[in-house]
Design a protein around this ligand. Structure first.
Ligand SMILES: Cc1cc2nc3c(=O)[nH]c(=O)nc-3n(C[C@H](O)[C@H](O)[C@H](O)COP(=O)(O)OP(=O)(O)OC[C@H]3O[C@@H](n4cnc5c(N)ncnc54)[C@H](O)[C@@H]3O)c2cc1C
Length: 544
């Protein structure tokens, strides 16, 4: 196949502006976008990546808050596609921190010479499909323009940060920031009165770190979480040798588990064993690092019902044992949702912080934040005076990074309107009426890079297939999309994920439709479906 750099139309002009022409445009230079660039280049496509940030890394570029780190085992998260890369890179910790993760992605970008096709500080504001040309026209906020046959949105599932619309924020005289925009130069918190709003996974990583230096910390909690100990540690040389010698087995294992983590559920029910044996297993796994406590536990720990209730109480008791003040302990012990229905934060010293004299937990479920004042946070009859407010308030997950761009498909239909009643895709990768747009951020969760690699490879093969067979346009059929939307709704009904007000179902964003933002299949089943669809000539897609 000829290199399509020569086939792409020459640069054109739009309203006098230069429009660069490419075969493919990728939005986002995180784990997914970088790999998509690598693969499409390999296929011989001319590619341009637009990235809002000034560097590569996505999540690991933006989240510079103290304590930010993996809850995936580092060596299961990195890319698997290059043996050379696997052997060259030394992960230093079992759950490596943001600075090292960012260094890793920079190393990858340099090693594979990816930067030359990336424009940084380039936030895409619109992407409009020109039906006559069969090309996507993309514009950035600062006026850069480009067009391409294929558009791939690698914009992340947790990248559209969410700051609640509190009255009075403009009047606040102190410093504030969202954790996903932590300044590169850091925040000076030493000796200050600091407030953290939110107690999700990010806050749980952040709070123990900043509690070491602030004068006083006020934590505003709406929902208590089931946090489990991370038990991080350095990777010693012998471990390093073993990891490097066993990458094929590591990735094989990850490919067999439902969530692409390295942990496999115990196939037994907790009810098949004696109460003593059940507790022994809970305790043994509690002492292990990372997500093992739930992903290697009895299979019904993650199914609504008696065993999940039992495990939820086990975790509540672990929390109660850590926190000295029984009133605070009860506030920290979740009772409004079952274990596993929300993402489980991993903690290092989180609960111990609440035993410090200079830390105050404020329940904002009972009495919500009324407003931000020039001095701090106002709740009912109390005003909490703060020098700094940190919003650990999460993300408009999965769809927020897409609807934040004015994406218009056939007939000028916008993706924002299309998703108004909930996300609508076929297999997470395409939406009817948006030809040649691959929404590679809409399909995955779990141990992310494992899923991202597989979806990127599928998209790359799909584009390769189109070129070999001289198709120029692919779009999900409306019928396949309808069926998939219904399948997701039915398949997730009654599952643990639907039993909490979490970002997985859009419940953290006021007015957002409550539907499952992730699909119900295990990773191996989902992957197999995609392979089958491709083998059947892209069943459910319309090719022209
Ligand atoms: C704090 C935190 C910890 C996490 N820990 C883990 C973990 O341990 N294990 C795990 O598997 N997953 C984890 N995740 C999930 C994480 O998001 C994924 O692992 C992964 O980094 C996603 O990669 P991505 O490239 O798909 O998206 P992202 O890394 O989010 O990158 C998307 C990129 O798109 C850019 N972008 C978005 N919109 C635009 C636009 N309009 N114009 C230009 N650029 C745009 C963004 O700037 C960003 O750089 C974590 C997420 C967070 C927030």
């Amino acid at each position: 196949m000829a290199n399509s750099r020569q086939q792409a139309p020459a640069a054109g002009t739009e309203m006098g502006e230069k429009v660069e022409q490419f075969d493919a445009i990728i939005i986002g230079a995180g784990v997914t976008g970088l790999y998509q660039l690598y693969r499409l280049r390999e296929l011989g496509l001319s590619v341009q990546v637009f990235e809002d940030g000034s560097g590569v890394g996505g999540t690991w570029y933006w989240n510079r808050y103290p304590g930010c780190r993996f809850d995936s085992e580092s060596y299961t998260y990195g890319y698997s596609f290059s043996e050379e890369l696997l052997q060259e890179w030394d992960w230093k910790e079992h759950f490596s921190g943001q600075p090292e993760n960012e260094r890793y992605l920079n190393y990858v970008a340099d090693k594979f010479d990816l930067r030359r096709d990336i424009q940084f500080d380039a936030r895409v504001s619109s992407a409009v499909y020109n039906e006559g040309e069969g090309r996507w026209h993309v514009q950035t906020e600062d006026g850069r323009r480009a067009a391409a046959q294929y558009l791939i949105t690698a914009v992340g599932i947790l990248s559209a940060r969410y700051v609640p619309d509190f009255a009075g924020l403009d009047s606040y005289k102190g410093n504030w920031c969202h954790t996903a925009r932590w300044p590169k130069e850091g925040m000076d918190l030493a000796g200050k009165r600091v407030g953290v709003i939110g107690t999700g996974a990010t806050a749980v990583q952040l709070i123990p770190e900043i509690a070491k230096e602030v004068a006083h910390l006020t934590v505003f909690q709406r929902t208590a979480n089931y946090c489990t100990p991370l038990r991080n540690g350095p990777i010693d040389p012998e471990w390093q040798r073993q990891i490097k010698a066993s990458y094929p087995e590591i990735f094989q294992k990850c490919s067999e588990t439902p969530t692409s983590f390295i942990h496999q559920f115990d196939p037994r029910s907790a009810l098949e064993v004696s109460p003593e044996e059940r507790l022994d297993q809970y305790e043994r796994l509690w002492g292990e690092p990372g997500f093992k406590k739930w992903l290697s536990n009895f299979r019904d720990v993650m199914v609504p019902g008696e065993v999940n209730d039992d495990y939820s109480e086990f975790v509540r008791n672990k929390i109660r044992a850590r926190v000295k003040d029984p009133v605070v302990a009860e506030l920290l012990a979740p009772k409004d949702h079952p274990f596993g229905s929300k993402r489980i934060p991993c903690e290092t010293g989180y609960y111990d912080v609440y035993n410090q004299d200079n830390v105050l937990l404020v329940d904002v479920r009972e009495a919500p934040i009324e407003r931000i004042t020039p001095k701090g946070v106002k709740i009912r009859d109390a005003e909490y005076e703060l020098d700094v407010i940190i919003f650990a308030t999460g993300y408009d997950a999965v769809t927020g990074s897409l609807t934040g761009i004015d994406i218009q498909g056939e007939g000028g239909q916008s993706i924002k309107d299309k998703y108004a009643e909930g996300i609508r895709t076929y297999m997470g990768v395409q939406s009817a009426g948006f030809p040649n747009l691959f929404t590679v951020n809409s399909s995955g969760s779990g141990n992310y890079t494992r899923g991202a690699e597989s979806i990127v490879e599928w998209v790359t093969e799909c584009i390769g297939y189109m070129r070999e067979n001289e198709f120029t346009r692919i779009s999900a059929s409306p019928q396949a999309e309808d069926e998939w939307v219904e399948y997701v709704a039915k398949g997730t009904e009654g599952t643990l994920r639907m039993k909490a007000n979490s970002w997985f179902i859009g419940a953290n964003i006021p007015g957002k439709a409550r539907v499952s933002l992730t699909q119900p299949d295990s990773a191996p089943v989902y992957r197999a479906k995609r392979i089958e669809i491709a083998a059947n000539g892209y069943e459910g897609f319309l090719l022209q």
